[in-house]
Ligand binder design. Structure first.
Ligand code: PLP
Length: 394
């Protein structure tokens, strides 16, 4: 018996445990200080009433013989796939319902999709990056190249025709940098992928934060994306489903490589290894796409957007370089006066009692940068912005 030796190659991630350790040590030594946590990547507002009502109704159905449901379709109930199809159609993107697969969230699908690809593929991952892309490929033993995201390219790397990548990760709006690609920029990636016969794995977990003119919410806003791209969406950050769990993945029928039909392969994978998302959760997810649900979700998103604006105006006033904040719940700033993200973390914690996330935890290009998030309460965000203003104005 041999375990997968690739797991030995995974780097331990101490990022969030190190943060917790430093914050706990500080609060233990200064129990009277109010520490504001602006590094959280989880939502804080509750589920929309329309979602709760739909789930309550579904619970009642499950308790009656006539309406009880057992196993559902592995790829999701038609009512939810249809609601998502209509949501894309309203944005001018035409999909077939069976190109949409319901899942328990984007993280699972982003990892599980790799079952479809041979270990002998080269993967291109942006740096800095959501760590799941790297770790899931290390587990499979794939060769990983990095696309440098830096201040010089606004943290939006563009394809280099000399890079020989087979599987390309794009996350927009990005975690951690908050940077969002325009449709035109994504078109260059799609053209590159199609020219190479590569596949793009497009993580759109934060798509609903996109508001800017010309920016993409979906990779399917570009020409030819259906021939090369898989899109991962999540209700986690957009509708508060982080603890409820529901997402969806679009695998177009047109995506064929080496004569292999990717949609069929993913259907085979899901029907073999996955038994679907609970009926109750899918009914809740369906409510997200109703007029009432959309309105209620928008009200929550408006709070996070206001928070992002509070933080970005503070950085604007201070003249600090940052990306994100406008089309994303994340703000990615250059640590003012510090080249070491952890030193800036300690400075902000000790002098302003504000906690963020050191950029170096997301990749080598994150060194010297720092992530703040818009998910805390409005009051905490307002106060944090004020404290940062006071501290860094000096
Ligand atoms: N993709 C990105 C870029 C994320 O930042 C996250 C969560 O933080 C996820 C995916 C995970 O989403 P889900 O909760 O749907 O699994």
């Amino acid at each position: 018996m041999k375990f997968n030796a690739n797991y030995q190659k995974l780097k331990e991630s101490y990022l969030f445990s190190d943060i917790a350790h430093r914050v706990n040590a500080y609060t233990a030594a200064h129990p009277d200080q109010k520490v504001l946590r602006m590094g959280i990547g989880d939502v804080t507002l509750p589920l929309a009433p329309a979602v709760i009502a739909a789930m309550e109704k579904a619970v009642a159905e499950m308790g009656k013989k006539e309406t009880f449901r057992g196993y559902g379709p592995e790829q999701g109930y038609d009512f939810l796939r249809e609601a998502i199809r209509a949501d894309y159609a309203a944005r001018g993107i035409s999909l077939a319902a069976d190109e949409i697969f319901i899942s328990d969230g984007a993280k699972s699908d982003v990892g599980n999709i790799l079952d479809l690809f041979d270990a002998d593929n080269t993967v291109l991952v942006p740096d800095p990056v959501y760590p799941v892309y790297v770790d899931t490929n290390v587990m499979a033993g794939r060769r990983i190249l990095f696309a440098d995201a830096t201040r010089a390219n606004g943290f939006l790397p563009m394809p280099d025709p000399k890079t020989e990548a087979d599987i390309i990760y794009i996350c927009s709006p990005n975690n951690p940098t908050g940077a969002a690609y325009s449709v035109e920029q994504l078109q260059a990636w799609v053209d590159y992928a199609n020219a190479r016969g590569a596949v793009i794995l497009y993580d759109a977990a934060y798509e609903r934060f996109v508001a800017g003119e010309g920016l993409a919410r979906s990779i399917f806003e570009t020409k030819g994306a259906e021939d090369c791209a898989i899109e991962f969406c999540s209700l986690s950050k957009t509708a508060g489903f982080t603890g409820t769990r529901c997402g969806y993945t679009v695998v177009p029928h047109a995506l064929v490589r080496g004569g292999v039909h990717c949609n069929k392969l993913w259907l085979r994978r899901q029907t073999t290894k996955f038994n679907g998302v609970s009926y109750i959760v899918q009914r809740g997810a369906e409510a997200v796409f109703t007029e009432e649900g959309k309105k209620q979700i928008e009200a929550n998103l408006a709070v996070y957007r206001r928070n992002a604006r509070r933080l970005s105006s503070c950085l604007d006033e201070l003249g600090i370089f940052y990306t994100g904040g406008k089309n994303s719940p994340y703000l990615w700033l250059e640590c003012p006066g510090f080249t070491d993200s952890w030193k800036f973390f300690d400075y902000l914690l000790e002098e302003a009692n504000v906690v963020g996330t050191p950029g170096s935890g997301f990749g080598k290009n994150g060194e010297g940068f720092f992530r703040l998030t818009a998910f805390a309460s409005e009051e905490a965000t307002e106060e944090a912005a004020e404290r940062i203003r006071r501290l860094l104005r000096r």
